[in-house]
Design a protein around this ligand. Structure first.
Ligand code: NDP
Length: 247
């Protein structure tokens, strides 16, 4: 078993931009082998090339987290290429926020499919491997919007809190020392996330806040690295990373 980050095999969903991309870059710099999943494979290929050019180890697989088979294949790729999977970072997410009264059924379904089912698919794929290895670590990107509920974010926050609840339940079922679970709660982070907002007024406001107070995705990547680098018997359960000025 390895402590720290060097030598660990880490699969990351949503690695094509924002927090996932920054996390992949940081962990690879620190000696992890990173297995990159997302739908935009040209972005993943470019990142994987950059990591390899810098002397790191990486592999890529086209992954739509709404498909359970894609997560199975991502986990299988980690095992094939690097011999095992130490950490799954379930990070892929969308934020199609807006007032509940808009009745955006398609948006709600999309958020549930990606943010909740996507994480469940990762759990289903990774747990058997973690059990076989006798160790594993599940990290998910939830949100401060689940901690402080504000208008327009009810459904999004609900998906994030579903994942928070899920991880806590899993933690309580896994006190045999095999599995570590970590929920990372970012506040406003400057990424492409606002791109999934359809309501123009809500989107303009989110873009404005991100541009003025949003922190760099590397801040969240460092928090994820902190959780991963702990010794096997130390579990970082929850971490919140906000702009200092966020209310
Ligand atoms: P980005 O939009 O930059 O990144 C989102 C990532 O998720 C992309 O890599 C995207 O890849 C991927 N993704 C979306 N849908 C799917 C899908 N169906 N299958 C696979 N991958 C998918 O935003 P962030 O980096 O900000 O978001 C990362 C996580 O952080 C999300 O879960 C988000 O909810 C959470 N978060 C972000 C905050 C912020 O302020 N930015 C605050 C709190 C939480 P592709 O499109 O190529 O598939």
């Amino acid at each position: 078993a390895v402590d720290g980050i060097k030598g660990k095999v880490v699969a990351i969903t949503g690695a094509s931009s924002g927090i996932g991309e920054a996390t992949a870059r940081l962990l690879a710099e620190r000696g992890a082998a990173v297995v990159l999943g997302a739908r935009r494979t040209e972005r993943l290929d470019a990142l994987a090339r950059e990591i390899r050019d810098a002397g790191g180890r990486s592999a890529v697989r086209a992954t739509d987290v709404t498909r359970a088979a894609d997560l199975e294949a991502l986990v299988a790729l980690a095992v094939e290429e690097f011999g095992r999977l130490d950490v799954l970072v379930g990070n892929a997410g969308i934020s199609r926020i807006g007032p509940v009264a808009d009745g955006d059924l398609a948006g709600w379904s999309a958020m549930i499919d990606v943010n909740v089912r996507g994480v469940l698919h990762g759990i289903a794929a990774a747990l058997p491997v973690f059990r076989r290895q006798g160790r594993g670590h599940l990290v998910t990107t939830v949100s401060t919007s689940g901690l402080k509920i504000v208008p327009t974010q009810a459904v999004y926050a609900g998906t994030k809190n579903a994942v928070r609840t899920l991880l806590e339940g899993l933690r309580q079922e896994s006190t045999d020392g095999v599995l570590r679970t970590t929920s990372i709660s970012p506040g406003f982070v400057r990424t492409e996330l606002v791109g999934s907002i359809e309501d123009p007024a809500v989107r303009a406001e989110a873009e404005q806040r991100m541009a003025t107070i949003g922190i760099a995705p590397e801040a969240v990547a460092r928090a994820i690295a902190f959780a991963i680098e702990q010794p096997d018997n130390v579990e970082i359960g929850d971490l919140t990373i906000r702009p200092t000025v966020q209310n």
